[in-house]
Write a protein of this length. Structure first.
Length: 154
Protein backbone atom coordinates (compact mmCIF):
# COMPACT_ATOMS: atom_id res chain seq x y z
CA UNK A 1 0.00 0.00 0.00
CA UNK A 2 2.82 2.38 0.89
CA UNK A 3 4.46 1.70 -2.48
CA UNK A 4 1.16 2.40 -4.30
CA UNK A 5 0.83 5.74 -2.49
CA UNK A 6 4.39 6.68 -3.51
CA UNK A 7 3.60 5.82 -7.14
CA UNK A 8 0.36 7.86 -7.03
CA UNK A 9 2.21 10.79 -5.47
CA UNK A 10 4.87 10.63 -8.19
CA UNK A 11 2.25 10.47 -10.94
CA UNK A 12 0.33 13.41 -9.52
CA UNK A 13 3.56 15.41 -9.41
CA UNK A 14 4.21 14.60 -13.08
CA UNK A 15 0.66 15.66 -14.00
CA UNK A 16 0.97 18.91 -12.04
CA UNK A 17 4.35 19.74 -13.56
CA UNK A 18 3.05 18.97 -17.06
CA UNK A 19 -0.04 21.11 -16.50
CA UNK A 20 1.99 23.95 -15.02
CA UNK A 21 4.52 23.86 -17.85
CA UNK A 22 1.65 24.14 -20.35
CA UNK A 23 0.43 27.28 -18.59
CA UNK A 24 4.00 28.61 -18.48
CA UNK A 25 4.39 27.80 -22.17
CA UNK A 26 1.32 29.87 -23.06
CA UNK A 27 2.62 32.79 -21.00
CA UNK A 28 6.06 32.49 -22.59
CA UNK A 29 4.67 32.37 -26.14
CA UNK A 30 2.35 35.34 -25.61
CA UNK A 31 5.22 37.26 -23.98
CA UNK A 32 7.40 36.43 -27.01
CA UNK A 33 4.80 37.91 -29.34
CA UNK A 34 4.37 40.99 -27.14
CA UNK A 35 8.15 41.53 -27.20
CA UNK A 36 8.02 41.15 -31.00
CA UNK A 37 5.16 43.66 -31.33
CA UNK A 38 6.89 46.09 -28.97
CA UNK A 39 10.12 45.89 -30.98
CA UNK A 40 8.17 46.51 -34.21
CA UNK A 41 6.35 49.48 -32.68
CA UNK A 42 9.68 50.90 -31.52
CA UNK A 43 11.03 50.30 -35.06
CA UNK A 44 13.86 48.40 -33.41
CA UNK A 45 14.71 45.89 -36.13
CA UNK A 46 17.76 44.66 -34.19
CA UNK A 47 15.45 43.60 -31.35
CA UNK A 48 13.01 42.09 -33.88
CA UNK A 49 15.84 40.05 -35.40
CA UNK A 50 16.93 38.71 -31.98
CA UNK A 51 13.44 37.23 -31.49
CA UNK A 52 13.54 35.29 -34.77
CA UNK A 53 15.02 31.82 -35.17
CA UNK A 54 18.38 31.59 -36.94
CA UNK A 55 17.20 28.53 -38.86
CA UNK A 56 17.34 28.81 -42.66
CA UNK A 57 13.84 27.28 -42.54
CA UNK A 58 12.44 30.40 -40.83
CA UNK A 59 9.35 31.40 -42.82
CA UNK A 60 7.18 34.50 -42.94
CA UNK A 61 4.20 34.42 -45.27
CA UNK A 62 3.36 38.08 -45.89
CA UNK A 63 0.66 39.17 -48.32
CA UNK A 64 0.62 35.63 -49.69
CA UNK A 65 4.37 35.72 -50.40
CA UNK A 66 6.85 33.42 -48.66
CA UNK A 67 9.89 35.11 -47.19
CA UNK A 68 12.58 32.61 -46.15
CA UNK A 69 15.11 33.43 -43.46
CA UNK A 70 15.15 35.89 -40.60
CA UNK A 71 17.43 38.39 -42.34
CA UNK A 72 15.16 38.53 -45.41
CA UNK A 73 12.18 38.97 -43.08
CA UNK A 74 13.77 41.91 -41.29
CA UNK A 75 14.70 43.45 -44.64
CA UNK A 76 11.07 43.19 -45.82
CA UNK A 77 9.75 44.55 -42.51
CA UNK A 78 12.09 47.53 -42.84
CA UNK A 79 10.32 48.58 -46.05
CA UNK A 80 6.95 48.65 -44.26
CA UNK A 81 8.37 50.57 -41.33
CA UNK A 82 9.41 53.45 -43.55
CA UNK A 83 5.80 54.64 -43.24
CA UNK A 84 5.32 57.70 -41.06
CA UNK A 85 2.81 55.75 -38.96
CA UNK A 86 3.43 52.11 -38.08
CA UNK A 87 1.86 50.42 -35.08
CA UNK A 88 0.58 46.95 -34.28
CA UNK A 89 -1.99 46.53 -31.53
CA UNK A 90 -2.62 42.88 -30.65
CA UNK A 91 -6.07 41.81 -29.43
CA UNK A 92 -4.81 39.77 -26.50
CA UNK A 93 -8.31 38.86 -25.34
CA UNK A 94 -8.76 36.93 -28.61
CA UNK A 95 -5.33 35.26 -28.65
CA UNK A 96 -5.19 31.45 -28.56
CA UNK A 97 -2.07 29.42 -27.90
CA UNK A 98 -1.93 25.80 -28.99
CA UNK A 99 0.69 23.54 -27.48
CA UNK A 100 2.23 21.34 -30.17
CA UNK A 101 4.94 19.81 -27.98
CA UNK A 102 6.94 20.73 -24.92
CA UNK A 103 9.15 22.98 -27.04
CA UNK A 104 6.82 24.12 -29.84
CA UNK A 105 3.61 26.15 -29.77
CA UNK A 106 1.33 27.94 -32.22
CA UNK A 107 -0.18 31.32 -31.38
CA UNK A 108 -3.24 32.67 -33.21
CA UNK A 109 -3.61 36.39 -32.64
CA UNK A 110 -5.79 39.07 -34.22
CA UNK A 111 -4.37 42.58 -34.34
CA UNK A 112 -4.86 46.01 -35.83
CA UNK A 113 -2.06 47.37 -38.01
CA UNK A 114 -1.99 51.14 -38.30
CA UNK A 115 0.07 52.23 -41.27
CA UNK A 116 0.31 55.36 -43.40
CA UNK A 117 0.79 59.05 -42.81
CA UNK A 118 -0.40 61.27 -39.98
CA UNK A 119 -3.02 62.67 -42.37
CA UNK A 120 -4.18 59.28 -43.65
CA UNK A 121 -3.63 56.27 -41.43
CA UNK A 122 -5.14 52.95 -42.45
CA UNK A 123 -6.35 50.66 -39.65
CA UNK A 124 -6.08 47.14 -41.04
CA UNK A 125 -7.37 44.07 -39.20
CA UNK A 126 -4.87 41.21 -39.45
CA UNK A 127 -4.58 37.66 -38.21
CA UNK A 128 -1.17 36.43 -37.17
CA UNK A 129 -0.22 32.80 -36.82
CA UNK A 130 3.10 32.36 -35.05
CA UNK A 131 5.07 29.16 -34.53
CA UNK A 132 7.34 29.50 -31.52
CA UNK A 133 10.09 27.12 -30.52
CA UNK A 134 12.00 26.86 -27.27
CA UNK A 135 15.72 27.10 -28.02
CA UNK A 136 18.67 26.98 -25.61
CA UNK A 137 18.64 30.81 -25.54
CA UNK A 138 14.86 30.94 -24.91
CA UNK A 139 11.70 31.06 -27.02
CA UNK A 140 12.14 32.23 -30.62
CA UNK A 141 9.77 32.74 -33.53
CA UNK A 142 10.18 29.99 -36.15
CA UNK A 143 7.41 31.06 -38.54
CA UNK A 144 4.87 33.84 -39.04
CA UNK A 145 1.74 33.73 -41.16
CA UNK A 146 -0.08 37.02 -41.66
CA UNK A 147 -3.31 37.64 -43.50
CA UNK A 148 -6.20 40.09 -43.55
CA UNK A 149 -8.76 39.35 -40.85
CA UNK A 150 -12.06 38.60 -42.57
CA UNK A 151 -13.82 37.45 -39.37
CA UNK A 152 -15.36 40.87 -38.58
CA UNK A 153 -15.97 42.67 -41.87
CA UNK A 154 -16.78 46.39 -41.50
Amino acid sequence: MHRLLNILAALSTIVLVTFASGADQTDDVVRLYLDFASAQNARDLIAVRRLLSDSPDFLWVSDGKPVWGADATVERMSTFQKSEVWRVTPALSRARAVRLSEDVAFLHLPLILEIGTQEKTDRLPFLVGMVARRMPEGWRISALFTTNDQSNPD
